[in-house]
Design a protein around this ligand. Structure first.
Ligand code: CP3
Length: 344
């Protein structure tokens, strides 16, 4: 049976005349209605754990723009919090966590399957969304990839070069690999519960994959994603997986097969021409438009949307940005992107 949902059709390998579209961070601070609901919730984490309000902000960009998919409103750092790490957000700066830097710190974390009570509000958000979303809108669940989540757990914050995680990998490989293993297993539990609650697609965000070189890229970006994908496929053969190893560069080639993912999401560091030839040949692709166009708009935005649309038009492609939309973006530029894409 062919699904009517355009995102699911693209993920199944169909080349569509009009590429389906959604946007990373589509529920976010560039939208006045998001800022209002966030103020009502109190702070970002309170919003993530308030199922009703988290569902509300997930729905806002669907109402405003009619995107073809919505992504669950949550954060990749809720999982380490469920494993026992402290987590808070400093306004204007970003996330802060208690750090795990040795075997004793790792031993204090909870087992991989002990996360569900803490994450119950997230599963409830998914259930609300699967009831309330329009029938043509696909619901995407997500988690961070083990390496990316580990970089925050080890450093206690975001870092430009993921230095602390690389240092632990070099100094105490056993503890480092223990963290990756725990995150791999708990991510399988977490995404399974999202699927049970109604997520129709899952996406694995490896935002810092680009800092893994050589064998490290294979061992800590490809293998964990492959393991998570294989475990999910064994239980849910019909649920597509999108992998986003941001910054993979030339290593994007061949990743569909290596990871076993239905779709590889592209950042804006590879050219559309190269990616259409070397990545889309392996299956559905997603992304590639520079987020800065949502700030600058104008004819450049129109030209870029048309160029990316045309370049990926010979195979399955989901239109998206190469990374999240930024708070300084103009909501009208988002509409211009959609109108340009959907104009024949
Ligand atoms: O895309 C969506 O609309 C769904 C929700 C979503 C958020 N974060 C909400 C969010 C998703 C999928 C994420 C993923 C995420 N979170 C990633 C991977 C993708 C990426 O951006 O590389 C990472 C690395 C995080 C960790 C994180 N969360 C950071 C570093 C920050 C601070 C930076 C920033 O943009 O402010 C966050 C906060 C965050 N997560 C916001 C949102 C909407 C902004 C919070 C706010 O309202 O103040």
């Amino acid at each position: 049976m062919t699904s009517q949902k355009t995102i699911l059709r693209a993920l199944a390998g169909e080349t569509l005349d009009t590429q389906p579209i959604w946007m990373m961070r589509q529920a976010g601070r560039y939208l006045p209605e998001y800022r209002a609901t966030r103020a009502q919730a109190g702070d970002f984490l309170s919003l993530c754990y308030n199922s009703e309000l988290a569902a509300e902000v997930t729905l806002q960009p669907i109402r405003r723009y009619g995107f073809d998919a919505s992504i669950l409103f949550a954060d990749i750092l809720l999982l380490p919090q469920a494993l026992g790490a402290d987590l808070w957000f400093v306004t204007g700066e970003g996330p802060r966590l208690s750090t795990i830097t040795d075997a004793a710190g790792l031993a204090k974390l909870k087992p991989a399957d002990a996360i569900h009570e803490h994450l119950a509000p997230v599963y409830e958000t998914v259930r609300i969304l699967s009831r309330e979303l329009p029938s043509e809108t696909t619901l995407i669940g997500f988690a961070g990839a083990p390496w990316t989540v580990a970089t925050y757990m080890i450093a206690g914050k975001g870092t430009p070069d993921q230095g602390p995680a690389h240092a632990l990998k070099a100094a105490d490989k056993t503890t480092f690999e223990g963290i990756i293993e725990l995150l791999t297993e708990s991510t399988i539990h977490y995404l399974s519960m999202q699927i049970d609650a109604g997520a129709e697609v899952v996406k694995i965000f490896d935002s810092w994959a680009g800092s893994l070189q050589g064998d490290d890229f294979v061992n800590y970006a490809v293998k964990p994603a492959q393991k998570i994908t294989a475990a999910l496929k064994a239980k849910y053969p019909d649920v597509p997986v999108i992998a986003f190893p941001r910054g993979a560069g030339l290593r994007y080639e061949g990743l569909h097969a290596e990871i076993g993912a239905d779709c590889i999401a592209l950042d804006d560091g590879v050219t559309a021409n190269w990616a259409a030839k070397h990545v889309q040949s392996g299956g559905c692709t997603q992304g590639n438009l520079k987020s800065s166009h949502m700030v600058t708009g104008g004819q450049d935005l129109v030209d870029e949307v048309n160029r990316i649309k045309t370049t990926f038009s010979k195979g399955p492609h989901i239109f998206n940005l190469g990374h999240g939309i930024t708070p300084d973006a103009d909501p009208e530029n988002v509409q211009l992107m959609i109108d340009t894409l959907r104009a024949s």
